[in-house]
Design a binder for this molecule. Structure first.
Ligand code: UT7
Length: 325
């Protein structure tokens, strides 16, 4: 049977110039490089410049993804942008990126699933492609979490950073089997009863302010390990694969200990896990495409490799995507 598959033809990442080290963080709140590294694996993060918006980061990542795909902006017919830190409450940051790319007419919208946002956006765009409604989609994860952090709360402000990543999905005719190149399956979940474990204490209809990120870290950690393990196995069994089939695990980068825990449960050697959390911190929806961009550019991820992406975030939301590169 002939089906449409979304092949990832290009990927790009963008980080703001300014690097903030743990030593600098220790001058702002009562913390230390030793605590941050031992509890999270984070050594530094990038922080957007004054006036540098989520759409600016997204545009840079999108242009790099288009360049690497060899696709011109005029060929794009869908933009799905994942962010929890949009430029404005509305319009969608995706439309700002669309305008900046000089293209109009086709659908462009934001997806809000916090740290799982990129997986949700990828699944959404993949469904458009598989339904025959998009030939070339731009999927972006972009965040300026530095703007919603409480810089007096050491339990959260040390963990996050700013950045953006993007991929180009192009429709290709395929056989409908796991031998196809492209996205093989996506798996999305949510549990709204866990709101209070990770949320922002503000918004247009509640406080009319932007609010600050609040997290019960230990609880989120516990749920992350359980949910990520489940959603990774869900993706493998949906494609009749085992952990041995995975060439690259590209996880959401929240905490090195969570990455290690997921890899251990899969008996996956550390060399097959793409890690950026040490240099980027947690960039929420941008973390998976930033990690993809790094591993594609340095030659680790190659054509036909099996790549398993996963993420977990506020909501709770969690999900995975299995692709043959
Ligand atoms: O991307 C969305 C998903 N997010 C995540 O997956 C994050 C999940 N959670 C985590 O990554 C970890 O739980 C944290 C890194 C947030 C915290 O690590 P932890 O090992 O769970 O530490 P903890 O929260 O249990 O705190 C241990 C101690 C506490 O002191 P007491 O109560 O034991 O005296 C904290 O007050 O560490 C203290 N602490 C700090 N000390 C120095 C908390 N933050 C800091 C800090 N510097 N920045």
């Amino acid at each position: 049977m002939t089906v449409w598959r979304s092949v990832i033809t290009g990927v790009g990442g963008y980080l703001p110039d300014r690097v903030m080290t743990n030593a600098e963080m220790a001058r702002i709140v009562d913390t230390s490089d030793e605590w941050i590294v031992s509890r999270s694996g984070i050594r530094q993060r990038h922080i957007a410049a004054d006036g540098e918006k989520t759409s600016d980061l997204a545009l840079n990542a999108a242009q790099r993804a288009l360049d690497s795909a060899g696709t011109s902006a005029s060929e794009i017919d869908l933009i799905v942008l994942a962010t929890a830190t949009p430029d404005e409450t509305f319009p969608a940051t995706a439309t700002t990126v669309q305008a900046a790319l000089g293209i109009t007419g086709f659908p462009a919208f934001d997806v809000q699933a916090v740290c799982t946002g990129f997986i949700y956006a990828l699944a959404t765009a993949d469904n458009f492609v598989r339904a025959g409604q998009s030939k070339n989609a731009l999927v972006i994860g972009a965040e300026t979490f530095s703007r919603i952090l409480d810089w007096e709360d050491r339990t959260t402000c040390v963990l996050f950073g700013d950045g953006a990543g993007a991929v180009v999905l192009s429709a290709a005719e395929a056989t409908g089997t796991p031998q196809d190149r492209g996205i093989l399956s996506t798996h999305l979940h949510a549990d709204g009863t866990k709101h209070d474990m990770l949320y922002v204490d503000g918004g247009p209809s509640s406080t009319q302010t932007t609010g600050h990120l609040r997290m019960l870290g230990r609880e989120v950690f516990r749920h992350a390990v359980t949910n990520l393990s489940a959603v990774v196995h869900e993706a493998l069994s949906a494609n009749d694969m085992t952990p041995n089939d995975i060439d690259w695990l590209v996880p959401h980068q929240a905490n090195k200990r969570i990455l290690d825990g997921t890899a251990k449960k899969l008996s996956l050697p550390a060399e097959r896990v793409v890690v950026t959390v040490d240099r980027h911190g947690n960039t929420s929806a941008a973390s998976v495409p930033l990690a993809l961009a790094e591993a594609v550019q340095d030659g680790r991820i190659q054509k036909n490799h099996i790549v398993l992406m996963e993420a977990m975030g506020g909501g709770f939301t969690w999900g995975s995507c299995l692709a043959r590169w």
